[in-house]
Design a binder for this molecule. Structure first.
Ligand code: HAM
Length: 433
């Protein structure tokens, strides 16, 4: 087969192996200990979801929904999509499993792979991994601050370099609509200087103009009305409390009024951690509050101001997700520790009978709670001892016809034993370590 014909992983995807797999397990362990220590419970949702979930949840005017979803027909005329993000699926699961009946807030975390049809480059892939945390059912500003502090702790533990936290509030309800209208008026007045993309989004998603790389747009946005000036008293108070709690926790941040996120569900707090160690894709992790998302997923038609007809109060939510690949690119993770094994079972001479005896010894070792491996590649005895050394085996059992040699790889001694007493001897040896 020529080089060109060789089948490779699709563009923007990659295999995780060797040391990379080890570093990822360290990250997962750290995330588990930080998040479960704070009462977050692990959740796994399906890789495939109804396309409608993201159109409704993430927003039909976003890049994710317009250009980046991998969608397919399920064979019955229903469109399914490989999840591009985790928040909408978790809100769906919250509703589907009646989690509003649990003690609130319900705190959930995940570490899963996600899919976006993006132009692949360093730090930007088509299949990537996120660690994320969502807290549903409370609008307390302490939920916002705690969530941000937990991500800050994870980035610190993973040694992410040059971290900056940008923070803002998008407000909610009427103040937000009023701001949107003011911004639309401003953008229309400067339409000629804006990029075509921004012009096309004035009606649907005017805030995204702050995110544009287009020089003309950037100049116009310098003097655009700022959302924080339009916050209602309640929203301004909520934002002030989130900031105050971050100060209590000594997490430095910058208020950035131009911060916009690529998803439509945000209300009130939004934030993003960036790292100087990353190039163009500097966002390591981000998130915010999404107080209307659960309702939108439950029933898209529910008008926002239904007054007395709403039976249950809306479910507020707050969370974040961070890219595993970006954390690792920008981080300095602790070295992967090799886990040594207790016993390597070697074969004195090749052949079926020694293999049977060795296999029995391996099973016995594992039942006794030892970590053990046996020779599987037909190496010479010298080769087997070398391999046991690479594995960091504490003992090597060299299984012979009638008896077994037990070699202490640390102490250097070797004794000859009846095969059925070997495990006992290893256990005794390990206990006296
Ligand atoms: P997001 O900002 O779209 O937010 O993604 C979160 C993080 O995932 C980014 O900061 C980045 O590190 C990583 N990421 C995104 N796209 C890619 C890609 N193509 N390749 C590599 N890494 C990528 C969300 O997904 C929201 N669900 C976050 C959230 C949770 N908001 C509230 N709760």
């Amino acid at each position: 087969m020529s080089r060109e014909e060789r089948i490779k992983a699709p563009r923007g995807t990659f295999d995780v192996l060797g040391e990379q797999a080890g570093v990822r397990s360290i990250l997962e362990g750290r995330a588990r200990s930080i998040l479960e220590g704070a009462g977050y419970e692990r959740i796994e949702t399906p890789v495939l979801e109804a396309t409608e979930l993201f159109a409704r949840g993430v927003g039909s005017s976003t890049d994710i929904v317009q250009k980046e979803m991998f969608s397919l027909d399920d064979g019955g005329g229903r469109s399914l999509t490989l999840r591009p993000e985790g928040t909408a699926p978790i809100c769906r699961a919250y509703v589907e499993h009646g989690m509003h009946k649990r003690k609130q807030p319900v705190k959930l975390w995940y570490l899963s792979s996600f899919f976006r049809h993006e132009r692949a480059q360093a730090g930007r892939y088509r299949q990537f991994w996120q660690v994320g945390a969502e807290a549903l059912g409370s609008e307390d500003p302490a939920v916002d601050a705690e969530s941000i502090v937990l991500l800050s702790a994870l980035l610190e533990e993973m040694g992410v370099r040059g971290v900056r936290l940008r923070l803002s509030s998008l407000g909610s309800g009427e103040s937000r609509s009023e701001y949107r209208e003011r911004l639309q008026v401003y953008l229309r007045a400067h339409e000629a200087s804006l990029s075509e993309e921004v012009r096309g989004r004035i009606e649907l998603n005017p805030l995204r103009a702050f995110d544009s790389d287009h020089e003309g747009t950037k100049r116009i946005m310098e003097n655009a009305p700022r959302l924080l000036d339009f916050l209602s008293l309640e929203d301004a108070e909520h934002f002030a409390q989130v900031r105050d709690l971050l100060e209590v926790a000594k997490v430095p941040y910058e208020v950035d009024q131009t911060l916009v996120r690529g998803l439509d569900y945000y209300t009130r707090t939004v934030f993003e951690f960036t790292s100087d160690a990353l190039g163009a894709q500097s966002g390591v992790g981000g998130g915010g509050r999404y107080d209307g998302l659960v309702e939108k997923i439950k029933s898209p038609a529910t008008p926002p101001t239904f007054g007395t007809m709403i039976k249950s109060p809306p479910t507020p939510g707050m969370g974040w997700a961070a890219g595993i690949e970006r954390i690792l690119l920008a981080g300095d993770p602790p070295p992967v520790a090799v886990s040594p094994i207790d016993l390597f079972v070697a074969l004195d001479t090749p052949g079926t009978s020694s293999r049977r005896a060795a296999f029995g010894l391996l099973a016995e070792a594992r039942s006794a709670g030892l970590t053990a491996q046996m020779e599987l590649a037909g190496r010479s005895l010298k080769g087997q001892l070398g391999y046991a050394n690479v594995l960091g085996a504490r003992y090597v059992a060299i299984v012979g016809k009638d008896e077994t040699g037990l070699k202490d790889m640390q102490g250097g001694g070797q004794e000859r034993l009846a095969t059925d007493t070997v495990i006992h001897a290893v256990l005794r040896g390990l206990r006296t370590l």
